[in-house]
Design a protein around this ligand. Structure first.
Ligand code: ARG
Length: 465
C-alpha cells in the first residue's frame, strides 16, 4: 500500500529498508506535545482567518485532546509506516474526526511544522537547564559561605602555587555557571522566532496570520524569510554549543572532585549517596558520578560536532538530512540536564576536610610569593631580587625537609640579613589568604561577601521565577 498521507502518485509502498532509514517516529515522538501545541495554534489561526470553519477547528482541537491523552496514557499506537510524529498524529486525527483532519495541513508543511516543534522543544530544554544551573549555583554559593575561610592549596600546573580558600574555589564555578546561563539565554533569545507559516519553503497563497501563531506559541515574532525559517538549524547548534561549553566546565570540576576524593588528596569526602563500591576491593569508594559527568562532556561535544557536520553541506531549503538533528540534540540535552543535577547533588553532598586542606595548603612552600612581596613592600627590594632571595629561603627549607612556616627568624636572616620579625606575619597561610583583598581575590572577607551576594541574587531570581 502506498503512503496514505502523501502516496497519491505512488502505486506501491516503500521497501522495508527504505522505511527503516526514513522513519523517525522512534525518536521524534518526543515532540508530540510541541506538535500538538503547534497544530492547535495553526488550526485556531486558520479559523480566525476564515480559511477553515470554526466547527472544523473545534473538531481538530477536540481530536488533538484525545490524541494527547492517548499518548500520555501509553495507548497511542505509533507506526513507522507513517514515518514521523507529524503524520502519526494527523493520521490518528483522521480516524477520530474524519474529513476535518485533512484541513489542518492547509497552508502548512511538515517542513515548517518540524522546525516549529523543534524550536519549542529546545526552548523548553533551555528553560529547564537554566533552572537547573541556578540550583547548582545556589548549592555552590551555600557551600562557599560555609567554608569561606577554609584554607587550601591553590594550584597552577597542578603544583602548589598560593593558598586560596575552599569557598573561593567553589565561587569560581558559580561565575562559570553564570556565563553558561548567559550563553543559554542568548541562544534562547535568538531561537524564539516562529517558522510556522513558511510552509514548504516559499510561504503560502492562503491569507494566514503568522503574527497570531507566533504569539500563541510564545514566540517573539514570526521568522522573516520562509527559506530560512524551514532550513535554519543554528538554533540547535547554538544551544549545543552553549551546552558543550557548560559541559566542559562541569567536566573540569568533576575532574577536581575525582582528584580531591582520592586517598592521595583527601580534600573532600562524598557520602555513600554519591559513592560506589568495588566488587573486588573492599576499601574503595569510587566517585563514579563525577567520572560520568566528565565523560558526558564527550557526548555533548560530540552532538555539536555531529550536527555541525550534517548541516555544513546543505543547500537551501529543507533536506531530509535535517531529520538527523534530533537524536544528538535530545541525547546531549538529556545528558546535560542529568550532569547539572549530579553536580548539584555532589556539591551539596561533599564535605571538605578542613584540617587536611590546611595541612596541604602549607605544603609546597605556598607562601613564598608572600615573602617576596614583603621584601618588596617593607625592604624596598626590586621584585626580581626579592624573588631570588625567597628562592634561596625555599631551598633552605627544602634541604631541611620543613615548610616555610617552620623556619626561624635566624634561619631567614641567614639568607637575607635585613629580614625582621615582620615577615612572620605574612609567612603563614592564613595571613597569606587574608592579605589577598584585591577585587576578586581570595581573602576570606571577600569570599564571604561574594558568596552572600550570589545567594541574595539567586534568591531574588528564584522568587521572580
Ligand atoms: N521527519 C521530518 C524531519 O524530522 C519532518 C519533515 C519532513 N519533511 C519532508 N519534506 N520530508 O525533518
Amino acid at each position: 500500500m502506498s503512503n496514505k498521507m502523501w502516496g497519491g502518485r505512488f502505486s506501491r509502498g516503500p521497501d522495508a529498508v527504505m522505511e527503516a532509514i526514513n522513519a523517525s517516529i522512534d525518536f521524534d515522538r518526543r515532540l508530540y506535545a510541541q506538535d500538538i501545541a503547534g497544530s492547535r495554534a495553526h488550526a485556531a489561526m486558520l479559523a480566525d482567518c476564515g480559511i477553515i470553519s470554526a466547527e472544523d477547528a473545534a473538531a481538530i482541537n477536540k481530536g488533538l485532546d484525545t490524541i494527547a491523552s492517548e499518548i500520555e496514557a501509553g495507548s497511542f499506537s505509533f507506526s513507522s509506516a507513517l514515518e514521523d510524529i507529524h503524520m502519526n498524529i494527523e493520521a490518528r486525527l483522521k480516524d477520530l474526526i474524519g474529513e476535518a483532519a485533512g484541513r489542518l495541513h492547509t497552508a502548512r508543511s511538515r517542513n515548517d511544522q518540524v522546525a516549529t516543534d523543534f524550536r519549542l522543544y529546545v526552548r523548553d530544554s533551555l528553560d529547564r537547564l537554566d533552572a537547573g544551573l541556578a540550583a547548582y549555583q545556589e548549592a555552590l554559593a551555600a557551600k562557599a559561605l560555609q567554608h569561606f575561610d577554609a584554607v587550601m592549596p591553590g594550584f597552577t600546573h597542578l603544583q602548589s602555587a598560593q593558598p586560596v580558600t575552599f569557598g573561593h574555589h567553589l565561587l569560581a564555578y558559580v561565575e562559570m555557571a553564570s556565563r553558561d546561563r548567559g550563553r543559554l539565554a542568548d541562544a534562547r533569545r535568538r531561537l524564539n522566532q516562529c517558522p510556522l507559516g513558511a510552509a514548504a519553503l516559499a510561504g503560502t497563497s492562503f491569507p494566514i496570520d503568522r503574527e497570531k501563531t507566533a504569539r500563541a506559541l510564545g514566540f517573539d515574532a514570526p521568522m522573516a524569510n520562509s527559506l530560512d525559517a524551514v532550513s535554519a538549524r543554528d538554533f540547535v547548534l547554538e544551544a549545543l554549543a552553549a551546552s558543550a561549553i557548560c559541559a566542559t566546565h562541569m567536566s573540569r570540576f568533576a575532574e577536581e572532585i575525582v582528584l580531591w576524593s582520592s586517598a592521595q588528596f583527601r580534600f573532600v569526602t562524598l557520602s555513600d549517596a554519591y559513592s560506589t563500591g568495588s566488587s573486588i576491593m573492599p576499601q574503595k569508594r569510587n566517585p563514579d558520578a563525577a567520572e560520568l559527568v566528565r565523560a558526558k562532556a564527550g557526548r555533548i561535544i560530540g552532538a555539536l560536532v555531529s550536527l555541525s557536520v550534517v548541516m555544513k553541506g546543505l543547500p537551501l531549503a529543507y533536506s531530509k538530512d535535517m531529520q538527523e538533528d534530533k537524536e544528538p540534540a535530545f541525547d546531549a540535552l538529556d545528558a546535560l540536564e542529568l550532569v547539572v543535577l549530579a553536580m548539584t547533588g555532589m556539591v551539596a553532598d561533599m564535605e571538605p576536610d578542613r584540617a587536611r586542606l590546611r595541612e596541604a595548603a602549607g605544603a609546597g612552600f605556598a607562601t613564598a610569593t608572600d615573602i617576596a612581596d614583603w621584601l618588596v613592600r617593607e625592604k624596598r627590594m626590586a621584585f626580581r631580587d626579592a624573588h631570588h632571595v625567597t628562592g634561596r629561603i625555599v631551598a633552605l627549607a627544602e634541604a631541611r625537609g620543613v615548610g616555610l612556616e617552620d623556619l626561624s627568624l635566624d634561619d631567614l636572616r641567614s639568607v637575607e640579613a635585613s629580614i625582621d620579625a615582620g615577615v612572620l606575619d605574612v609567612i603563614g597561610v592564613e595571613s597569606s589568604v587574608a592579605s589577598r583583598t584585591s577585587l576578586g581575590g581570595t581573602a576570606p572577607e571577600n569570599v564571604k561577601a561574594a558568596a552572600q551576594r550570589w545567594l541574595d541574587t539567586l534568591k531574588v531570581e528564584r522568587a521572580e521565577r
